[in-house]
Design a protein around this ligand. Structure first.
Ligand code: GTP
Ligand code: MG
Length: 484
């Protein structure tokens, strides 16, 4: 009968260097777990409580590998007929300070308290005598147990032999890779534990539900973070004001500096958001850097404005002063077209002067119809090209996929960049339906056009958050049952 405890204790055990710590790191999403190619890395047992909504729902324990399985098994067999766990407690008190059995005792301490034992084997190698001793030992311990086949190498030729042997000792056998398992695989592993002991089943069900709920809430949080980032980047505006003359060259220089400022802002906003998402998914070590987003001048909106006689356009209009029928239109030219629209209008206003000359005259600060251009401003943003938004969404989704498909037990961080590059080839947005695109377009318009007349901004934003959230769930290989 399951002892009365706050939560189940699941102990990971096995031979040294089989990938126990890596499996555990992946399962509990903890990249601080020490994993190493050298056997004997784990010397002390370490607990990993899983806390959801401030409640510990399950506790996993990583242990050192068996050192003397054949001898301990023989010892236990000599105590045949006695309670195995009680016998092993005696073993611990007798041998825990003995150099030969120190590591074994460190492993036995949590094992005797375990509600479930997870035995980890590297199934890409043949079975040895020590493995059989370990399996038999765990069988005699008599706790619900599951065997995990973690194929470290590519060779799966031993897999069937392992399966056949493990069936003799374990209630459940599960293929689980510390280097490949995603959220769905983790859930399936927990499901497999549920099936091994009916008394444990309700508690394991509760754990599965809590872990899933936690994942769903992280997906939602990520969708909000991505939405906020897009909002920030797309609605960014930067304005430079200057007085007097400004040559074409100077204007280009100014434009360039505004563009650089915008790029810096966008890169920082993206970096900040990706860091928040990375930490949400508990990746403290994986820090893959993305190349900067391709923000081009064409993606941005450039607005030129001016002031005459110290009056703004609005104030100027309020004076009731007009320069013929064109002036109102000219003054309303707020967006972008000074060098073309305004100049051609000026051509009409200033009779015999060619549009080009009039424009030059205006831009160089000379008199126009007796009024001098006093102040001139250049505004960059908000973004005019929706492609930039799609690029930002794709980058965020690709980054998310990279994060969640990199298990916490993986330590070959040098390959992360390469992995990431392969993901960069894909586009999620391109696969969107018309309906999904419409949601994104509405969101874009609501952010970038001043006179957007559509649904309430809150509703548009909410729809966009749900769109992103759905994508995240699909990438996680799960669906939100509540929404189905
Ligand atoms: N390719 C590959 N390597 C793995 C996998 N799982 C573990 N490894 C590697 O195997 C080595 C041993 O992993 P650990 O998790 O430290 O093994 P352990 O069983 O905890 O070892 P001890 O603490 O010494 O008992 C490390 O180099 C891991 O990176 C896997 O699924 N695939
Ligand atoms: Mg270890």
């Amino acid at each position: 009968m399951l002892e009365k405890k706050k939560c189940p204790l699941i102990v990971v055990a096995g031979h040294p260097n089989e990938g126990k710590s890596a499996i555990l790191a992946t399962l509990v999403e903890d990249d601080s777990v020490r994993v190493s190619p050298y056997p004997g890395e784990t010397k002390k047992s370490r607990s990993f409580p899983i806390i959801v909504d401030n409640h510990e729902i399950v506790r996993f324990v990583d242990t050192p590998g068996f050192q003397n399985p054949i001898r301990i098994l023989a010892w236990l067999k000599r105590r045949k007929g006695e309670d195995a766990r009680q016998s092993l407690r005696e073993f611990i008190s007798q041998f825990e300070h003995n150099e030969d059995y120190k590591d074994d005792c460190e492993l036995l301490k949590p094992l005797v308290k375990a509600d479930v034992v997870m035995f980890v084997v590297d199934a890409s190698r043949p079975i040895r005598k020590v493995d059989q001793a370990e399996m038999e030992f765990l069988r005699l311990l008599g706790r619900p147990r599951v065997a995990i086949l973690n194929c470290k190498g590519e060779n799966d030729g031993w897999l069937e032999q392992w399966r056949a042997e493990l069936r003799r000792y374990f209630n459940s056998i599960f293929l689980f890779s510390a280097h490949k398992a995603d959220f769905k695989a983790r859930m399936e592993l927990l499901e497999s534990i549920k099936g091994i002991d009916y008394e444990l089943a309700p508690q394991i069900s509760h754990i599965i539900q809590a872990v899933k709920k936690d994942w769903l809430s992280r997906c939602e949080e990520t969708a909000i973070l991505i939405t906020n980032m897009i909002k920030e980047i797309l609605s960014f505006k930067s304005k430079k004001t200057f007085h007097g003359e400004l040559s074409e060259k100077e204007e280009q220089k100014l434009k360039k500096s505004l563009l650089e400022q915008y790029k810096r802002f966008a890169v920082l906003a993206e970096e900040k958001t990706f860091k928040q998402i990375r930490l949400l998914y508990r990746h403290r070590v994986l820090k893959t850097e993305l190349p900067a987003p391709p923000i081009l001048e064409e993606n941005l909106f450039s607005e030129k404005n001016w002031k005459m006689l110290g009056l703004t356009r609005k104030q100027f209009l309020a004076t009731g002063f007009t320069i013929g029928a064109y002036t109102g239109a000219m003054l309303d030219l707020g967006h972008g077209g000074l060098s073309l629209g305004l100049c051609s209008l000026l051509g009409g206003v200033i009779g015999g002067v060619s549009a080009y000359a009039a424009c030059n005259s205006l831009l160089s600060g000379r008199n126009i119809m007796g009024f001098r251009l006093e102040e001139y401003s250049l505004t960059m943003g908000p973004v005019a090209n929706i492609q930039l938004m799609y690029i930002l969404i794709d980058r965020a989704l690709i980054y998310y996929r990279h994060l969640i498909t990199w298990p916490h037990g993986r330590r070959d961080y040098q390959n992360a960049e390469q992995d990431f590059q392969t993901y960069m080839q894909t586009s999620f947005v391109r696969q969107w339906s018309k309906k999904q695109r419409k949601i994104a377009e509405d969101f874009f318009k609501s952010l970038t056009s001043e006179n957007y007349q559509g649904k309430e901004p809150e509703e548009i934003e909410e729809n966009f958050i749900r769109l992103i959230e759905k994508c995240l769930l699909e990438i996680s290989n799960i669906t939100n049952k509540c929404e189905e």
